[in-house]
Ligand binder design. Structure first.
Ligand SMILES: N[C@@H](CCC(=O)N[C@@H](CS)C(=O)NCC(=O)O)C(=O)O
Length: 218
């Protein structure tokens, strides 16, 4: 087991929804003071090319994506593993049930929300391609996937647990990224229950403190 006294270093950017789900989880668990956040920089060419990073980031994660967490000699290099660690090691399973039906219900929603985040980022990477390389069909496919996923979550929104758990955090981060990057999609009209729920949880201090912003490029 990794000691919770070990310094915890989290590599971040303000634009990444994957980072945001981790940081919102940290704020909800009220364990911010245990972490050092390290900003990373990404030129827009990240979408198609390797980026020259500081050696400490490369040492932290061979994947060279954010978020990445260094906890002593333990390196966790995606948000799923990091959220698991926060929940189990530092959070007393307050964000996701340890086992049983509540766990599987939450994971069902989390898997849909994660697919939305994947589609958001794949679309962003496609939009950053140079003219002539960009595929309008692929961008449409990603948009259509997100809207299908929202409709599934809209049917679930009335049954969301009272607690702002990892499932709700991930869904809220997906909605927030959509508003920020793709506002002209008007996803809210298609899913009014989900939109109402999002407008409420977006006022939580953890969400207000983590509004997305452009990543430093250099
Ligand atoms: N499944 C990963 C996805 C992480 C991810 O795609 N992060 C993006 C930023 S939103 C990234 O670092 N992209 C840089 C790259 O792909 O080179 C997770 O859950 O952390």
């Amino acid at each position: 087991m990794v000691s919770i006294m070990t310094g915890l270093r989290l590599y971040v950017t303000p634009a990444s929804p994957w980072v945001r789900r981790v940081v919102v989880s940290i704020l909800e668990l009220e364990i911010r003071d245990r972490f050092e956040f390290v900003q990373t920089r990404w030129p827009h060419s990240w979408a198609t090319r390797s980026v020259a990073h500081h050696s400490d980031f490369t040492a932290a994660t061979p994947v060279e994506r954010i978020p990445a967490l260094v906890a002593g000699d333990l390196h966790l290099v995606d948000s799923h593993a990091i959220c698991d660690y926060l929940n189990g090691e530092l959070g007393g399973f307050r964000l996701l049930a340890r086992d049983g039906p509540a766990r599987w219900r939450a994971l069902a929603d989390i898997s849909i929300a994660n697919a939305i985040l994947e589609a958001h980022i794949a679309r962003r990477a496609e939009l950053l391609r140079i003219d002539g390389e960009r595929s309008a069909d692929f961008i449409d496919k990603m948009r259509e996937r997100t809207l299908r996923c929202y409709r599934a979550l809209d049917r679930r929104a009335v049954d969301f647990a009272p607690a702002f758990d990892l499932a709700q955090i991930t869904i809220a981060v997906a909605c927030g990224y959509h508003d920020w990057r793709y506002a002209s999609d008007d996803w809210r009209n298609a899913v009014p229950q989900l939109a109402d729920w999002f407008d409420r949880v977006a006022q939580r201090p953890s969400m207000r403190a983590t509004q997305p912003a452009e990543t430093p490029q250099a």
